[in-house]
Ligand binder design. Structure first.
Ligand SMILES: Nc1ncnc2c1ncn2[C@@H]1O[C@H](COP(=O)(O)OP(=O)(O)OP(=O)(O)O)[C@@H](O)[C@H]1O
Ligand SMILES: [Mg+2]
Length: 326
C-alpha cells in the first residue's frame, strides 16, 4: 500500500507519518518510510539523533544508480541519461518490492529500529535554495517517483511518504501515485485551503483523499473541520504529550502513546487497507504514462534530446506479485 501524508507547512505531516510508521511497525508490518518533504525531519521523528540523520544517504544523490537499475534490459529506454522521473516501466524493466533486498535499498535505505521491529527509511536529501526552482526540486523527488512507479506492493506491505503538498507534486503526477493520501490539516483557514486545492487537482485523477485533523483542541475546532471537509474528514488528533516528550529527545515507548492517538492511527490503517480492493492497475499505469507524455512534451524531450514518448510500452501494466511468505 502506498500512502502519502501531505499538508501545509507545520501542520504535522512529519509527526503523523512518523506515528503511522511506528504504528505499522508495532503491528509487525513491513514498512518503507520515505522523507520527501522540503524540511527533512522524518529521520528525527523516527528517533534518529542528529548525527544518524545527517548520515542518511540521499536518494537524490543516487539517481544514476536508481535509473540504471530500474531500466534493466528495457529496450525502449536506451540509456539512463534519457530516463526522466516519469519514465514508466515496461517489458525488461526491473521492478522493486517492499520486502526484498536490492541495489536501490542498499544505496538509499537505512534500517531504523522501532518498538515492534525495524523499518526501512529513505530520504530525498536536504533541499537547497537552488533546488526549490522547479526543475531541480523535481530531480530530488523524482527519485521517489521512480521508486513508486516501479514498486509492486501487495496488501499488508506499506510505503509511507512524508511529502510537500505543492504545485511540484501536481506537475510531476506524484500526487496520483498513492492508494490513499492523508491531508493533515489544522483547524485554520490556511490548513483547509491546502485541502481544497488538493481536492481540486485530485478530482480528475480518482485520488483517494482523506483529511486528518491535527492540533484539534475542542468541539469548535472539530466542527470547523467537519464543516470544511465534510465526509473527507477521517479523524482528528489533539495535542499529544507523547509527541512533545519525543520532541524533547525523550521518546517514551510507543505503547504509551495516548489512547486517542492510537485510535486515530488504527483508523488510518484500516482506511489505507480498505483501498486495496479499489486498486485499478490499468488506471495506475495509464496515469503514469499520461504524466510522462506531459513532462516529455513540456521539458523532457528538449532536455534529453530524445523522443521520450517512445519509452512507453503500450502493452505493459504494473502488476503486483504477492510473495508467499506473507
Ligand atoms: N498532535 C501533536 N501534538 C503535539 N505536537 C505536535 C502535534 N502535531 C505536530 N506537533 C508539533 O508541531 C510541529 C510541526 O509538526 P511537523 O514537523 O510534524 O509538521 P510538518 O507539517 O511536517 O512541518 P514542515 O512543513 O516543517 O515539514 C512539531 O514541533 C511537532 O512536534
Ligand atoms: Mg515535515
Amino acid at each position: 500500500m502506498k500512502i502519502a501524508f501531505v499538508g501545509k507547512g507545520g501542520s504535522g505531516k512529519t509527526t503523523l507519518s512518523s506515528l503511522f510508521v511506528r504504528h505499522l511497525a508495532a503491528c509487525g508490518a513491513p514498512v518503507v518510510a520515505v522523507d520527501a518533504d522540503i524540511n527533512q525531519h522524518l529521520g528525527a521523528a523516527l528517533g534518529l539523533n542528529e548525527e544518524e540523520a545527517a548520515a542518511l544517504p540521499a536518494m537524490g544523490a543516487h539517481l544514476p544508480l536508481i535509473k540504471e537499475y530500474l531500466r534493466g534490459t528495457n529496450p525502449r529506454i536506451t540509456s539512463a541519461d534519457t530516463m526522466i522521473k516519469t519514465t514508466p516501466p515496461g517489458e525488461g524493466s526491473r521492478l522493486l518490492r517492499v520486502r526484498e533486498d536490492n541495489p536501490v535499498y542498499d544505496a538509499c535505505a537505512r534500517s531504523v529500529e522501532l518498538d515492534g521491529g525495524a523499518v526501512r527509511l529513505m530520504v530525498t536529501g536536504p533541499f537547497t535554495d537552488a533546488d526549490l526552482g522547479v526543475a531541480c526540486y523535481h530531480s530530488k523527488t523524482g527519485a521517489v517517483e521512480l521508486f513508486l512507479n516501479h514498486l509492486v506492493d501487495g496488501p499488508g506491505e506499506y510505503v509511507v511518504v512524508d511529502m510537500t503538498a505543492g504545485s511540484d507534486s501536481f506537475a510531476s503526477g506524484m500526487f496520483t501515485r498513492f492508494d490513499i493520501t492523508f491531508l493533515v490539516a489544522e483547524p485554520t483557514r490556511k490548513g483547509v485551503s491546502v485541502y481544497r486545492q488538493y481536492k481540486e487537482y485530485a478530482r480528475d485523477f480518482d485520488v483517494t483523499l482523506k483529511v486528518v485533523g491535527n492540533k484539534v483542541r475542542d468541539q469548535d475546532d472539530l466542527d470547523f473541520l467537519r464543516a470544511e471537509a465534510g465526509d473527507d474528514l477521517l479523524v482528528a488528533v489533539g495535542h499529544s504529550d507523547w509527541v512533545r516528550s519525543m520532541e524533547k529527545g525523550r521518546p517514551p515507548r510507543f505503547g504509551l502513546l495516548e489512547e486517542s492517538g492510537r485510535h486515530a492511527l488504527s483508523l488510518l490503517h484500516s482506511a489505507a487497507d480498505a483501498t486495496y480492493e479499489r486498486r485499478d492497475r490499468e488506471r495506475y499505469t495509464r496515469q503514469m504514462v499520461h504524466f510522462h507524455l506531459k513532462n516529455a512534451r513540456s521539458w523532457g524531450n528538449e532536455r534529453t534530446g530524445a523522443d521520450l514518448a517512445a519509452q512507453v510500452d503500450p502493452g505493459f501494466v504494473l502488476g503486483e506479485r504477492v510473495t508467499a511468505s506473507a
